[in-house]
Ligand binder design. Structure first.
Ligand code: SF4
Length: 668
């Protein structure tokens, strides 16, 4: 502190050094006082008495304008948890009571801050607060070691909490408590923070993201745009509040209160909006890392996303299609229903939202010119079993390499589970055919209504002269719950239900429909059932965890909720109520989280004793996963993995049966 107030002893040798190169430096009047203000950054758990003492020392003995950094816990457990869990959906983040217990409470903070303001006034100085520190939460991730009980929350959720704390303080102090702000500030909210009267708005981790210090330009651009015709910040504050220029404190308070309410509903601050679970890449950091786009890493087919996006940007859609097709054998299908793992890792999330990579693929594929008939391959014969995306992809690669490929498909149409079960509102009729056209142009033959195990077996293919066989049959047999009565009328497997709906001969469901599961298939079942009933049926998705833990695509979950479909959370199926061979209802047991987590950090649900309740149902659809059906090997013992799927070499895809290869869901 001494040196910060009088840096002569440090400055002199530096000036002398500089003057050796540029003598005029010696004549520059450089202030020896580094700063006349200081911010006290207190640690979590710092006793209030000590905070007061240090601040008084800085004011009275050091003569420094003083700001003290507050913890977000000041807002109190109810408000903090309400914003975090209820408003923004970060239900898996646990703020333990002890985080509040050892920090300053609001009721104690107010007299402390009032006293310090008075001290500052007496000294002719300014006193204020800086908002905020990070929020202490339970350590559930693997970043810190398991010995660490706590980790520290920042970013989007902290922003909403701290803005609401600022608004509360502004109310209590009638806008007269000077504040500076740093929690989750970015170029989009910086103008709002300035309009809210923050004396300084500071940004730190945001500048560590893509773009670095260049990101600051956008802070200025956005602030300038938000200010409109306002000549300065003071006018901006008044104009934003719609009040007369003059009472800065009142105007800033209005802006702050309005923005605080907005943050609690801001889609961009909500957990559900972003999939951050895979926002890191395992790829080794290279010297020129930026050249390898993370979207390509995230994509299962290593799609060259930047290249096709660039072509789209230039308006060259034909070229974009060409680039896409180079890596991707089924781009029309994937443009519609890919789980788009490229998007959560998109660096654009460091600014606002990921680029719509999948939607843009769909856009360009809708403009694809269909291929003309192509080559006549003359290489060895390969049989591909299954005309789903995996089978089509394998056929494409093989045909391109010169093999003569024939596909055997059990249904009268192609597409596998994708083409047969994904509802038409997500995958319209004709999209599968678009991808098929490419392989047909390469000379691939498709035999429909030829089911492996029913119409032919492995030895038959060998007799027909196929040198190799690629098994890409997917996993088609729905898993059961293991409850008594699952063969009763009204209980069915998700794939059966979806396939019948897609074939336009839907099964009768009645008006009370339950779906067990939380993946994309469960979402498809629920939304299809709701549509088939014309919005009349009561459709309930029954899940043993909470909505935020659902593995389904965020977009699908959001659509489900938007359509008014009910999710019965924390409910575990116990018993099927069957009368005269017909389903009447499902008895479930309530679950609860008790604070323990599994190895991946997910909360473990536990049964609550004596909590059974019944969901009355006409139909129950099981969407809990599928088994592979492997009845066509005809005695040739294929080795299975621990989960009952075919064991295949991860590089060559060859199975334990020579000449037989397998991929996709059948190897899981
Ligand atoms: S949408 Fe799917 S296929 Fe396309 S780039 Fe993303 S992950 Fe890859």
């Amino acid at each position: 502190l001494d040196q910060a107030q009088d840096g002569t002893e440090f400055l002199a040798p530096l000036v002398e050094l500089a003057a050796r190169h540029e003598p005029a430096v010696a004549d520059i009047d450089i202030p020896v006082r580094l700063s006349d203000s200081v911010t006290l950054s207190t640690m979590h758990g710092c006793p209030p008495g000590e905070i007061g003492k240090i601040c008084r020392y800085l004011l009275e003995e050091r003569g420094l304008h003083t700001f003290v950094k507050c913890n977000p816990t000041l807002l109190g457990p109810e408000r903090v948890r309400g914003i975090l869990h209820d408003d923004l959906g970060y239900r898996d983040v646990v703020v333990p009571d002890e985080a509040f217990g050892h920090d300053l409470e609001y009721a104690d903070a107010v007299p402390l801050l009032q006293g310090l303001r008075k001290t500052a006034e007496d000294c002719g100085l300014e006193f204020g607060v800086k908002l905020t520190n990070t929020l202490e939460v339970e350590n559930t991730r693997t970043v810190f070691g398991p010995a660490e009980k706590m980790m520290y929350l920042s970013g989007r959720p902290l922003h909403a909490i701290s803005v609401n704390l600022a608004s509360e303080l502004a109310k209590t102090f009638e806008g007269r408590l000077p504040m500076s702000f740093c929690a989750g500030v970015d170029c989009f909210n910086a103008p709002a923070m300035l309009a809210a009267g923050m004396q300084t708005v500071t940004s730190c981790t945001d500048l560590l993201k893509t773009g670095g210090y260049l990101r600051m330009l956008q802070y200025l651009e956005n602030t300038r745009a938000a200010m409109g015709a306002a000549p300065d910040i003071e006018a901006f504050i008044a104009e934003s509040a719609g009040t007369a220029f003059g009472d800065r404190a009142a105007s800033a308070r209005i802006n702050l209160a309005r923005y605080a309410a907005e943050t609690r509903e801001d889609r961009l601050l909500r957990k559900q909006t972003f999939h951050t679970s895979s926002s890191k890449t395992a790829r080794e950091l290279g010297l020129f890392d930026c050249i390898e786009a993370p979207c390509t890493d995230g994509c299962a087919v290593d799609q060259d996303v930047p290249q096709y996006m660039q072509a789209v940007r230039q308006g060259d859609f034909a070229r974009a299609v060409e680039i896409t097709q180079k890596d991707n054998p089924v781009p029309a299908m994937l443009g519609r229903v890919c789980d788009h793992l490229c998007e959560p890792v998109c660096v654009r999330t460091h600014l606002d939202e990921p680029l719509a990579i999948r939607h843009i693929k769909r856009f360009i594929m809708e403009r694809e010119k269909r291929p003309a008939a192509g080559s006549e391959p003359n290489g060895p014969k390969v049989a591909v079993i299954g005309a789903g995306p995996g089978g089509i992809a394998a056929a494409y690669e093989l045909a391109t390499a010169g093999f003569r490929v024939e596909i055997f498909e059990q249904h009268p149409y192609a597409g596998g589970m994708v083409g047969g079960a994904i509802p038409t509102y997500r995958l319209p009729v004709g999209v599968v055919e678009q991808d098929l056209a490419r392989i047909e142009a390469l000379g691939v033959k498709i035999h429909y209504d030829r089911a492996a195990g029913r119409d032919f077996r492995l030895p038959d293919l060998r007799r027909e002269g196929f040198d190799s066989v690629a098994v890409l049959v997917g996993a088609q047999l729905g898993k059961k719950l293991g409850l008594e009565g699952e063969d009763a009328e009204g209980v069915m497997d998700a794939l059966h239900f979806l396939r019948r709906a897609r074939e336009r001969r839907p099964v009768a469901t009645g008006k009370r429909i339950g779906i067990i599961g939380a993946g994309d298939t469960a979402m498809d079942c629920a939304r299809t059932a709701w549509r088939l009933s014309g919005g009349e049926a009561r459709v309930s998705v029954i899940y043993r965890r909470t909505i935020d833990q659902m593995p389904a695509d965020r977009e699908e979950v959001a659509c489900l909720l938007e359509e008014g479909i009910e999710v019965v959370e924390m409910a575990k199926p116990q018993e099927l109520r069957i009368t005269d061979g017909r389903l009447e209802g499902l008895v479930c047991r309530r679950m609860e989280y008790c604070g323990d987590r599994d190895a991946s950090g997910r909360k473990v649900p536990h049964e609550i004793p004596d909590s059974d309740f019944e969901v009355p149902l006409d139909t129950l659809i099981l969407a809990i996963s599928q088994h592979a059906v492997l009845d066509f090997f005809d005695g040739e013992a294929v080795t299975l993995n621990d989960w009952g799927y075919i064991a295949a070499d991860p590089v060559t895809f060859e199975t334990s049966v020579p000449g037989v290869y397998a991929g996709g869901d059948v190897v899981n």
